[in-house]
Design a protein around this ligand. Structure first.
Ligand code: NAD
Length: 433
């Protein structure tokens, strides 16, 4: 089935770095607290926004191919639905916790509000290492999980999408399971589906395209022209891989990339197309012939113009933030920088483009996919790309102007803009007794 799950099957266990570090939900709440304080809302509004609207934890029993039975645990969290149906990815990872899912759901609420797509925020996760399961086992896990969370999901309720460890095949299984239960095909229940099954052209690369649109704008805002600039990209999955390619296409020299198995470096620049062939064949960037081995720690400390963390949460923390030399950090991943590290980077003058802006391209084109599915009318690739670029660059302008006006970092400006929109929607709707 997927390159993620099968090409990597023979690789060694994950490095200690794979586990997300820190406390993502605590970090998300700290960012919210800052925004609520600046906006002048009271503690009641903070509590309303700091706590998820709904959470469902489900047991997912699985018959392994061997005949043994195993029990997996899954979650679906809807953080806020004031502005529309809940929207957010589904993560398959051995590191999934309820608190991580809560944080990711909250960030989805802000992201959707910031980009002005008519959704609230949600996230799902199953605690599973997909590399150790066959395709048919993963199908059974996905279908059972979908069935268990079916009271929550639906095109008008909550719409899952791919995240770490899941892909378009996972979304096809979710769509099919939900549709079979309903007795008719419901294309709008998930996004990030295969194009041949109601997916949108451009969705698979949309997060990365969005990352690169704002990365190039951010570099230029610091007087750095993309042609000849240097970059480091952490993570070579659905986000990092295409981001590296699009940056390379824009003339940026990618000198170091990594994945959960290790990192590689080539000061003259990596040939991303050749590297992609190596990753398809082996499941990892490690062992690439035209580069030297290095480490994720070295990647984060690389002397480059642009750093794109595109793997997991908490990788830039108080212990390594001062080693970051990049002029611009663009958060392809959700929550890669802890609040303490964020403060250190800001104090050092590093421009940090926050996740809720930088990686919003995925949810924008998920929104386009949902619109197309609900109308049963499909757009061309150029239309998707033009609309995506316009939304990303408009949001970039909006956030950077607001940061300038308030004299605050981009993250604070972006979170304030988003929280204000969600709070206003909540106030206008009022409290149903
Ligand atoms: P993925 O599973 O396709 O790829 C993750 C990559 O990160 C893999 O190359 C993996 O080997 C690597 N990795 C994992 N742990 C690592 C570590 N500790 N150090 C270095 N590399 C590590 O996942 P993805 O969809 O590319 O998601 C990456 C990040 O982007 C996540 O934070 C996700 O929430 C976020 N994101 C994804 C999308 C999307 O559309 N897929 C949209 C918005 C945000």
């Amino acid at each position: 089935m997927t390159t993620i799950q099968h090409a990597a099957a023979n690789l060694p266990e994950r490095s200690h770095l794979t586990a997300a570090q820190g406390d993502p939900f605590g970090n998300a709440r700290a960012q919210l607290r800052d925004a609520v304080t600046i906006l002048g809302y009271d503690d009641g509004m903070y509590e309303l926004l700091a706590n998820p609207r709904r959470e469902l934890t489900v047991a997912v029993p699985l018959h392994r191919d061997s005949g043994e039975m195993e029990l997996l645990i899954g979650h679906r969290v809807q953080h806020n639905v004031s502005r529309g149906p809940a929207k957010g990815g589904l993560r398959y990872s051995p590191d999934v916790t309820l608190d991580e899912v809560r944080a990711l759901a909250m960030w989805m609420t802000w992201k959707c509000a910031l980009l002005d797509v008519p959704y609230g925020g949600a996230k799902g996760g199953i605690r599973i290492d997909p590399r150790h399961y066959s395709c048919s086992e993963l199908e059974r896990v996905t279908r059972r999980y979908t069935s268990e969370i079916s009271p929550l999901i639906g095109p008008d309720h909550d719409i899952p999408a791919p995240d770490v460890g899941t892909d378009e095949q996972t979304m096809a299984w979710i769509m099919d399971t939900y549709s079979v239960q309903k007795g008719h095909t419901v294309l709008g229940v998930s996004t990030g589906k295969p194009v041949s099954l109601g997916g949108s052209l451009g969705r698979a690369t949309s997060t990365s395209r969005g990352v690169v649109h704002v990365a190039l704008a951010a570099l230029r805002s610091r007087g750095i022209q993309p042609e000849g600039a240097t970059a480091a990209v952490q993570g070579f999955g659905k986000v990092g891989r295409h981001a590296a390619r699009f940056l390379h296409d824009a003339g940026v020299r990618i000198v170091t990339v990594s994945d959960q198995y290790g990192a590689i470096r080539a000061d003259g620049g990596l040939d991303i197309a050749v590297l992609e062939g190596h990753v398809d064949a082996t499941g990892s960037v490690t062992g690439f012939a035209d580069a030297d081995p290095t480490s994720n720690d070295n990647l984060l400390a690389a002397d480059v113009d642009l750093l794109v963390p595109a793997a997991v949460e908490g990788v830039i923390h108080v212990g390594n933030a001062m080693q970051v030399k990049a002029t611009v950090v663009v958060e392809g991943a959700n929550g890669p920088t802890t609040p303490e590290a964020d403060r250190l980077l800001n104090a050092a003058g590093t421009l940090v483009v926050p996740d809720i802006l930088a990686n919003a391209g995925g949810v924008i084109v998920s929104y386009f996919e949902w619109v197309q599915a609900n109308q049963a009318y499909w757009w061309g690739a150029d239309e998707v790309e033009t609309r995506l670029a316009k939304r990303m660059l408009t949001a970039w302008e909006h956030v950077s102007t607001h940061a300038e006006k308030l004299q605050v970092p981009l993250r604070t400006a972006a979170t304030c803009l988003a929280v204000e929109r969600v709070a206003q929607a909540a106030l206008l709707r009022g409290l149903y007794p």
